[in-house]
Design a protein around this ligand. Sequence first.
Ligand SMILES: [Zn+2]
Length: 127
Amino acid sequence: MHELSLAGGVLQIVEQAAAREGFCRVRRLVVEAGALSGVEVRALRFALESLAPGSCLEGSQIEIEEPPGEAWCQACSQSVPLAARGDACPRCGSHRLQPTGGTDLRVRELLVEDRPGSAGPMASSMS
Ligand SMILES: [Zn+2]
């Protein structure tokens, strides 16, 4: 199951941060799974929740955001919205598209228990 290994990767990022920064509990985790990342959000949430017990994610609030896809159309020479990989350009119907946004799965925010208010954006991309 694809999402289970992705969730394992997310958990690994969280636990590495926990080891580095000396916290043990996560209050809130925000994961960004772009519309073009190929990640099924519901499956990812389920996988994260099944990994949480016994880890530092236990009892934490898990949010998954799904930023919309965006691509550069070579035919239009402009940026266009893209709902899914493999879709044609909504303006001209061309398939010469280069995905530029919504392609990542990453940890966007991590709010930890023992240092209230210390939320910070994390730039850990995991592609
Ligand atoms: Zn186009």
